[in-house]
Design a protein around this ligand. Sequence first.
Ligand code: SAM
Ligand code: SF4
Length: 474
Amino acid sequence: MCGGKTFYLETFGCQMNVHDSEKVIGTLLHEGYRQVETVEQADLILYNTCSIRDKAEQKVFHRLADYKKLQAEGKKFGVLGCVAQQEGEKIFDRAPHVSLVCGSASYRNLPQMLEQLETAGDTASHPSRKERGLSGAPTLTDPHDSRPRTQDSPLVRITGLDDRATDKCFETEYAARTNPHRGYITIIEGCDKFCAYCVVPFTRGKERSRTSDSVLAEARQMADLGYTEIQLLGQNVNSYKDPQGKCSFAELLAAVGEVPGIKRLRFTTSHPRDFGRDIVEAIDAVPTLCDHVHLPVQSGSNKILDAMQRLYTREAYLERIAWMKSAGRHIAITTDVIVGFPAETEDDFMQTLNLLDEVGYDGIFSFKYSPRPNTPALKLDDAIPDEEKSRRLEVLMQRQKEIQIANYKKYIGTVQEVMVEGKNDARNQWIGRTTQNKTLNFTVPDAQVPQVGTYVKVRTIQSFPNSLLGELVV
Ligand code: SAM
Ligand code: SF4
């Protein structure tokens, strides 16, 4: 078995976190660490956390409590991501066995933080970064932490918590993408929208975009490595502003979509306020752009949209939907909805239900409002009881299910191109994904074995609320 320091990393939350973890893993591997599958095998246990709702935040503290006993074996714990940024040094009080707390804006400083962790802990059996010929001085020990710190103290405490004013993106050439066929590229980080309920502007800092040159260089590099599907990522991906001023978001979509070798380009999440008609025109003009837009609405009531500080009205949102519906291609539309925001009446909720009917979404992510630290909505009275929030959520999901059953039925008899994603052995079905981001499982004749990552044509024969079933067109 190989030696060296080992790490285990578990990721919670959104695609941004998933991709951040790929970059963190790449950085750790470059620093000489080896990734392992279980906490028991690891020297360093990392959690990349999410704090969008209270439940997500609590998960990480449960994990830390579950494995606390492993500290006695010399293992070190680190909390990364949104909970790290939000709770900061308070994490050391709540989980004293944690050594590293690092928000996403500070990941670029991870090599120095790792160096500090190594030199403050047991260095006898492991060569230091300097001894391994790697550069970078430790500079980030928390200056406010007056607790004793010695060479072998388990109390080493490191925080990397840039404030939200940083204008740097976390770019690295070391992203360890797990899927060899489709991968993410972050084009914009942070958020300046400050919706009344949301922690993201506080945990991920101010909005900052990468240059279009660097995005295109990464897309070309991925195409050279054999990737055929790229997904551009941002909390509000379409708020992208090229620091070089060379292209708009829609022009960037077209440019990445035209990189030789790229067959599919997706982007998420779009904010309605920055959603221009030029995005729909780009989808119509560039065949590699996928026929799917995720456009979170949150509520169908203007009163609630205003209280949420969403910066658009129901009418403006529906205008954007109309642009998509009048496109040459059939664009699948999905959304996010929050129920039970403070002061949401039954009538407001009905307006949201009615919006689902009007748009006819192909999918929704729906959430009960969860009060979050630092957010303006915290000052509002969260007076809707949890049972009522649950009831509204249930009604909403049932209505959406009916809409999806009708939408998915329309695909029966059509032939769709899918990217082969894998096989469900238990059902003896292959798993495919359409350009509209629908799962289309399919059967194949005995002699055929489709390759994962390739594109095949499938005839749809049956529909379900969340997926389709078909057979390979030979
Ligand atoms: N930037 C995207 C937008 O503005 O639509 C959304 C990104 S946010 C990370 C993902 C989703 O989490 C939101 O669309 C919202 O529905 C949900 N969400 C955020 N804060 C929430 C809260 N406090 N309670 C419940 N759901 C929340
Ligand atoms: Fe959160 Fe609003 Fe920013 Fe989306 S736009 S990340 S919901 S603050």
